[in-house]
Every structure is written in C-alpha cells, then in structure tokens.
Design a protein around this ligand. Structure first.
Ligand code: NA7
Length: 505
C-alpha cells in the first residue's frame, strides 16, 4: 500500500549537487521513484555554478568523492586538490556510471513547498510553472548556495560589468588589460585574486578582514599511487575512518592540549603541518586553540611570522598579517592559497582596507571610499560570500520546518534513506520534528559553541553574522561544532529509539 502511495507521489529532492545525487542513488535502491528538481542547467551543484578563475576544492580529492565502489574504482584524480573543472568532469562520470540524469528536471527552480495536512502531501511549485505533489521532500540545497550581494549604495549604477564570484560570466569576458576590483577576501576571493593578478592591467582588492589563509601545498595525485591505494583497499579504510574524525577529514586534532606539549614538540608539529599544507594546521592542531585564547594567540603568531616572511613590502605586513589578530585563528574557515600573499607585492595590485576607509558608494566607474578617494575600474567582482545554511531554503517559501545541518553528506543521506524506508514499511505518511526536540537540538548546538571562541568574530557565515548589513535572520551558531562522531551518534540515537524527537503519523 505504501509503495503505491510513494510511486504515485514520488519523493522530490531539491538540487543535483553532491548530496542530491547521492540521495537519488540511495532512494532508487529502495525501489522509490525519485525526482530531482534543479534550478541550474546541469549537475554538480556548487561546482556547476562556481566557475570563477582558480575555483578549487579545499579538501583532498580522496575524501571529496562518493564512497561507492562502482564509482571510485574506475576514477582517477589528477590533482591532490581538484579544480572546479576536474570536479565537473567527475560529476559527468558519476552520472554516466549511475545513470542519474533521467530523473532530474533541470532549469527547474522550486519556489514554493506547502504541506497539505489532510492528504499528508507536499504541494511543490516551481518558477517554470510546474506543480507537483510529493509525499517526501528532501532539501539538498547546500549550505553556501545563495549569493550574498552587499548592501552598497548605488551598486546598480556601476556602468562596467559587475557580478558575484559564483556567477562568473562564462562567455564574453576578457580580463586582459582591464582594471578589475575584487570586494572580499574569503576563500573565493583569494582564489580569484591569486589567479587573475597577472592577467589584468590593475587589480584593486577591497579587504574587510584579512584571510588567515594556509598554504595549500598543491601537487599532482599520482596515478600509480591511486592504483596502489585501491589494490590495498585503502579507499574503503579511509571512508570508514572519515566519520570517526572530528571534521570528516583524514586527520584529527592532537591527542593532547598545546599546554601539555613541550616547546620543541609544539614547534616541530607546526612546522610539519605548515609543510604538509591544506587544513593540517587547522584541523590537525591542538584542540585547545579553539577554546583557549592564549593558545590561539600562539598559533596566530606562528601563522603571522610565516606569512610576513613572504611579503616584501613591510607596509603590507600590518594589513595582511596584523600584530593583533582580526579574530582568533581557525574560528573562520581559513582559505587555502598558493601565492596569494605574494600577489600584493606586484606593482599592478593595490589593497584597500575597508575598515580604515569604508566603502561609501558605487559610482558609474568605480567605488568611493570615506575621505573622498574614488577607485576606478572596468570590472567589479563581488566575492562577498553567501547567505549560509538557511538562505536557499528560506527562498523556497516552505510552510513548515527549520533545519540545522553538518557536513557529512553521505551519512546524512543514509539516515534519510533509512528513515524513508522505516516510514514506508510502517505505513507512515508524515514525519515532523517535535518543537521541544528542535529546541533541544538548537540548545545543544549553542552550548557546544559557547565553549569555543566562535563568538569572538565580527563576521562569519558559521553564524550568519556576515549578513549583518542585510539582516535577514538572527545571528547564532548554525553549524554543529561538536564533531562528526557526536553528531552521528545523536542521529543514530534518534533513529534507534523509533525516531525519537519526531512525530510520526
Ligand atoms: P566568505 O568566506 O563568506 O567570504 C566573503 C568575503 O567577502 C569576506 O572576506 C567578507 O569580509 C567580504 N565581504 C562581504 N561583504 C562585504 C562588504 N560589504 N564589504 C567588504 N567586504 C565584504 O565567502 P567565500 O565565497 O569566499 O567562501 C565561502 C566558502 O566557500 C568557503 O569557506 C569555502 O568553504 C567555500 P568579512 O570577512 O566578512 O569581514
């Protein structure tokens, strides 16, 4: 009976990114007829959309892939940290292997989802005028998918080209010989900046907060090494290990706090982490750097000395790597860079500190900052980030729920898949979070966050404080910062106790 129900009203999953595709694959295996509605014209989610110069992952290829043997066994990565282009190729390959596209409606933006209580069905409407009814609605909309356009006076009066980093024009844009400005020095901004600096005539970077970026230490991912890893069954070993680590990476925080290590051990560890590159110096560091401000200052001082040594012009030291940290190290995601700091020593690059001289307004050919200076340019890039976590969901006009999420997508999809199977097997047609369980979850997130230094940061997409100027929602920690093992334990606990915290009917 329930199978009949669900076939008549197939589950709808929104977005064909990393999560949506995996969800489709898993639910198909349950025998459900799933459909994906995707606003973009192709698969890949964030990787289909973000095509700015230098776009690249922040984590190693080996963990940035599906843990499905039929997928990984025949795929070979080129770079240790793959480029956007390589990831797009990966998604094309995944589609080929799993035959996903036949259940995806592209160019179909979901604009409304209204729960109909009598029928226990979602009424889903799209911008293209489609109207469907679905028993289950799964939001795989991504945590950083809705661009944040800054609230700068007269932005629309700019006569050159202006676009958000995630909407980089794919045709008809040649930066050669152009005067270009970039606002924002987050992960996207630094990738854009280090990649276009040598191409443009002049680059003006508007920085609000220096990025405490780490060297990526990029290299090729040796093909023979990948073959060997597969032969030794290391991939499966890695996939089993990932959910047991705090952040779902290949490495874990140190087993002892900084204060228990000798000065020599501290130095040796940091030097080796710096050399290893990537997030080692962040997610492999001593755990107390996130909770003890004095320890954090030590880590920051190490970061600062490394960065300053790379910048020739001493006048830039205080701007890019100030004596007083702009915020504790690691409470904002550090960018991963390759040659970013050296860019500012170039003669064709200038740095404007917008804390010192705030942007006042856009003019037809540039930006006016406090004090009367006008910076002129032909192209304005807004690398200003995203309305994180809930931004894309709130846009859908959902009449029910309020989510909170973390990063391990396949494990979340597995949980959802098991949950739908349970509902189907037991003839349930409605699942709803209980208000008190929702509040308890929110308090758990806030309680964990209160023990760390997250609040010592003016602007962050972890909390939504980056939206201050647009003020779309209250500022509070949105990400679960208690680590993956605890998160997964809580998820399993709810399921094992008959979906405790949920109302089933
Ligand atoms: P981020 O990390 O949110 O960075 C946005 C940047 O834009 C950041 O430097 C902001 O400064 C800056 N910003 C935002 N609004 C303004 C205004 N009005 N004026 C000046 N500067 C501004 O987004 P990204 O796209 O770079 O990276 C997002 C994630 O994508 C990244 O962490 C990876 O996981 C992939 P602020 O620091 O808030 O002072």
């Amino acid at each position: 009976k329930s199978t009949l129900h669900t076939h008549k009203f197939p589950p709808i999953s929104i977005s064909a990114g990393f999560a949506g595709l995996y969800q489709l694959y898993r639910l198909r295996a349950l025998g459900l007829s799933v459909k994906i509605f995707e606003a973009a014209s192709g698969i890949g989610g964030t990787w289909h959309i973000n095509r700015y110069p230098g776009v690249r992952t922040d984590c190693e290829a080996v963990i940035y892939q599906y843990d499905l043997e039929e997928v990984w066994k025949d795929w070979t990565w080129k770079d240790k940290y793959p480029s956007g282009e390589e990831i797009q190729a990966y998604f094309r390959y995944v589609d080929h292997k799993l035959d996903l596209k036949r259940d995806i409606y592209f160019n179909t933006r979901v604009t409304g989802a209204k729960w109909d209580e009598p029928s226990h069905l979602w009424n889903v409407s799209t911008a293209s005028g489609l109207f469907v009814r679905a028993r289950f609605l799964i939001l795989c909309t991504g945590s950083l998918s809705k661009p944040l356009i800054p609230n700068i006076k007269d932005l629309s009066t700019f006569e050159g080209r202006c676009f958000h980093s995630s909407h980089w024009p794919q045709e008809g844009l040649d930066l050669t010989g152009k005067h270009v400005a970039v606002i924002g020095t987050g992960s996207s901004g630094i990738q854009v900046i280090e990649n276009i600096a040598s191409q443009v005539r002049h680059l003006t970077v508007f920085q609000r907060t220096p990025n405490l970026a780490l060297p990526i230490n990029q290299s090729r991912f040796d093909e023979k090494e990948q073959v060997k890893m597969k032969e030794m069954d290391l991939y499966n070993h890695i996939f089993r290990r990932l959910p047991q680590t705090f952040a779902g990476f290949l490495y874990e925080f140190q087993p002892i706090p900084f204060t228990s290590a000798t000065t020599e051990a501290q130095r040796l560890l940091w030097e080796s982490q710096w050399k290893a590159g990537g997030f080692h110096f962040w997610l492999g560091n001593y755990p107390d750097i996130f909770s003890d401000e004095t320890v954090n200052r030590e880590a920051y001082a190490f970061w600062r000395s490394k960065v300053r040594a790379r910048i020739r012009n001493p006048a830039l030291h205080e701007k890019l790597a100030p004596i007083i940290p702009p915020h504790p190290f690691g409470i904002k995601q550090p960018g991963l860079e390759q040659g970013y700091f050296e860019v500012f020593d170039r003669e064709n690059v200038s740095l404007v500190d917008v804390k010192e001289t705030p942007i006042e307004q856009v003019t037809p050919n540039g930006l006016a900052v406090r004090g009367g200076t006008i910076h002129t340019f032909d192209i304005l890039v807004l690398a200003t980030g995203f309305d994180s976590f809930t931004g894309a969901i709130i846009d859908i006009d959902i009449r029910l729920q309020r989510p909170n999420s973390t990063s391990v997508i396949p494990r979340q999809s597995d949980w959802i898949t098991d949950c739908l199977k349970f509902l189907q097997d037991n003839d349930y047609t409605r699942i709803e979070t209980k208000r008190d369980a929702e509040e308890a979850w929110r308090y758990l997130i806030l309680e964990i966050a209160s023990k760390r230094l997250w609040h010592k940061c003016e602007s962050s997409w972890y909390t939504g404080s980056n939206l201050a100027s647009t003020n779309t929602r209250p500022v509070e920690m949105l990400a679960f910062s208690g680590g993956l093992p605890l998160y997964l334990e809580k998820c399993a606990e709810a399921a094992d106790n008959g979906y405790q915290g949920f109302e089933l009917s």
